[in-house]
Write a protein that binds this ligand. Sequence first.
Ligand code: MTE
Length: 321
Amino acid sequence: MLIKKKPGWEIPESAVTPELVYADRRRFIQTAAVGSLLAAAPFPVWGKENTPEAPSAHRYPVERNPKYTVEREMTAQKAAETYNNFYEFGSHKEISKAAQELKIDPWTVTIDGMVEKPFQIGIDELLDKMPLEERVYRHRCVEAWAMTVPWSGFPLRSLVDLAKPMSGAKYLQMQTFGEKGMAPGLRQFWYPWPYTEGLTMAEARNDLAFIATGLYGKPIPKQNGAPLRLAVPWKYGFKSLKSIVRFTFTDKRPVTFWEKIGPKEYGFWANVNPDVKHPRWSQATERLLGSEERVPTRIYNGYEEFVADIYTGIKGQKLFM
Ligand code: MTE
């Protein structure tokens, strides 16, 4: 699969996923062995994975918010739903069929840490309380591929308000499910499960930060992170964790999944910047999913006007890795 180092634009994407984990050689070798076995499975028949058993199905489609549209063409639904990163189901892109094993009903979300009163809430009750809308967002993976998709969901800020964080809370830590029985990848003990991500409170409250519960006008498919995942489109895609079970407010900066695996390559901030290369490939351009077309990458993935202010006072931090 991988190993010869090439400039990023020469790396076939099939090799880029292992490149993600290259930083930790021991983890990589074990992962590659398992990954190649899984990759031998036949390519999924698209269709079944497009009809999740979702109790929330009656809620979609929802009205599109015209403030969040982009000039790019929408990515073909099939491409967005069959080319995925979801390491809990395998460290390769064809996990859409395997992900159908994920049980999303019932689904309970825990909200805890520095909040007035910690609580748990079922996904349906949460959706009843949240203002659902559709937003067309870009998504830019750190591996230099990109898509443009219509997410349905609600502003992360609405969930923050529901949680009532204390004034001392500085970060929001989020976690994906982590019980070994829920997905085969979780038995790969060399990964630091559960998948953990974090935002500052200013980022979590930014207009753009969104919790996606739907995609293309229907409940979000399991392979894309059912029943709820983050969408922070100004950051590299690994920040947008899937299938969230826990939101924890804290005064300590979370150490994220990819930071633990490769701290020299993946940081906390991970804002998109075409001029800051990944240590092993260029970030100057991106391939549009579903085509061979490459286009220039934009600072903050084209969302500078929404988010640049957050970072003006921050000095001495690696904001773009
Ligand atoms: N969330 C979890 N729990 N596990 C993952 O492996 N991969 C991330 C992100 N969220 C990942 C995850 C990466 S690297 C990307 S690019 C996006 O999910 C991909 O989202 P998509 O498959 O919906 O395009």
